[in-house]
Ligand binder design. Structure first.
Ligand code: HOZ
Length: 427
């Protein structure tokens, strides 16, 4: 594999950008080597600046469920662009996107667009606190809700990969009102409500965690969170930045039939452009400015290009309903990986739900952060390198989700499994 051009670009980037990357999740620190610089992408294929072609399972970390440069999305962006980029005033596109989201996501009665998943979770937590008049928030170890100060405690994703589960620069005061529990630990959640229930503004969680690798909820866990929040007057926030429009058209809440009070979205709702959204119960959303006292704003919020890309993506998903096909191809891939690893005598567990999956180099089923952190990350690094050399582009961390898109064909799955058998036999 040629890497000379990527290396040149990385050396140049290092001189002006901290670590040469604009998000630590892109650094190859956990797997060795340097990040590849991408020149273009089409469908399920990425092409780097050296001309190497890869089958892409990162999908820009989740947005590209339709693959790269889907014609409907490109056409919608071009059409919006022909009329202007942003106006700092409302446009009909924002309302159309809001209507599509409300129509799709069972619990969302009102929605506000923002510019990233981080902004969405930050705003949802502020709203929960402002609406309830309480301060304390429960989050779960290994769930990542963006780089929000009060939620950057035992966070997953890049924070977990790079070994800084909470960051210098976050004053103790910012996290004093954040309680951290183990994901899937229902007794601990019950105990927290029993001792602090009247102080709790919200419980925030990824209903299926994507940011410590893929970790689905154990039966009864989401139901318990729902019931406890209702009983104690706290709000349940589903962070569906990854799972929204991914696990089903209505997200994880449709799949598990649980109605949170607030939901955060990002990734797919922007069709690959920067976007976030939060919304939920109309009575709670009334508390947001300009209707209510909780302040939140944004110059580029709901900007026409992202709104157009989001609308085209959601309309295409609605019209084609690719979820059964995605599930079928993803579960065949997951089963093939299990068999290949077992044949190679490698302790592993493959977690897959819908079009999200993670091969954990860990013999135990991963149900929480305390299990996930015991994975063999050295073996993961060798796996990542071996797959990359065979043209398969995977997330560069053990603690991330792989994403299958509608552009991954059965032949692509076969090709991935052939590469996996070679790599797993060799590491
Ligand atoms: N949620 C994304 C992956 N865990 C974020 C990617 C990033 O931080 O760059």
């Amino acid at each position: 594999m040629k890497i000379e051009a990527s290396r040149r670009h990385f050396e140049r980037a290092l001189r002006s950008i901290p670590g040469g990357v604009n998000s630590p999740a892109r650094a190859f620190g956990a797997v060795g080597g340097d990040p590849l610089f991408i020149e273009r992408a089409e469908g399920a294929t990425l092409v780097d600046v050296d001309g190497n072609r890869f089958l892409d399972y990162v999908g820009s970390w989740g947005p590209h469920i339709l693959g790269h440069r889907h014609p409907a999305v490109v056409a919608a962006i071009e059409d919006a662009l022909s009329r202007g980029m942003s106006f700092g005033a409302p446009t009909p596109l924002e309302t159309e996107l809001a209507e599509l989201i409300i129509d799709a996501v069972p619990s969302m009665e009102k929605v506000r667009m923002v510019n990233s998943g981080t902004e969405a979770t930050m705003s949802a937590v502020r709203l929960a606190r402002g609406h309830t008049g309480r301060d304390v928030v429960i989050k779960f170890a290994g769930c990542y809700h963006g780089h929000v100060d009060s939620l950057l405690v035992q966070a997953g994703s890049g924070a977990l990969t790079h070994g800084t589960p909470s960051s210098p620069g976050v004053p103790a005061g910012c996290t004093r009102d954040t309680l951290v529990l183990e994901f899937n630990d229902t007794p601990a959640l019950e105990e927290a409500f029993a001792s602090r229930g009247s102080e709790l503004a919200a419980v925030i969680l990824e209903p299926v965690v994507g940011n410590m690798g893929v970790v689905p909820p154990e039966p009864g866990f989401l139901e318990a969170a729902r019931e406890l929040c209702t009983r104690h007057g706290a709000l349940l926030i589903f962070d569906e930045v990854m799972t929204g429009f991914r696990l089903a058209y209505g997200g994880a809440q449709e799949r598990f039939s649980i109605r949170p009070d607030l939901t955060t979205l990002g990734k797919i709702v922007g069709g690959g452009l920067p976007v976030g959204a939060y919304g939920g119960r109309a009575d709670v959303m009334q508390s947001i400015s300009p209707l209510g006292p909780v302040y939140q704003a944004g110059t580029l919020s709901g900007n026409p290009l992202a709104a157009a890309a989001g609308i085209a993506t959601l309309k295409t998903l609605k019209a084609t309903s690719p979820y059964a096909d995605l599930e079928q191809r993803s579960s065949r891939l997951a089963q093939g990986l299990r068999e290949a690893a077992a044949a190679a005598g490698i302790p592993q567990t493959v977690s897959q739900i819908g079009s999200m999956f993670t091969l954990f180099f860990c013999p135990e089923r991963v149900t929480s952060y305390s299990v996930a952190k015991d994975c063999d990350t050295k073996r993961f690094a060798a796996w990542h390198r071996g797959m990359l050399e065979r043209g398969i582009y995977l997330p560069c961390s053990q603690f991330e989700a792989n994403f299958v898109s509608v552009m991954h064909t059965d032949e692509d799955i076969d090709r991935t499994l052939a590469a996996a058998r070679e790599v797993l036999a060799a590491i």
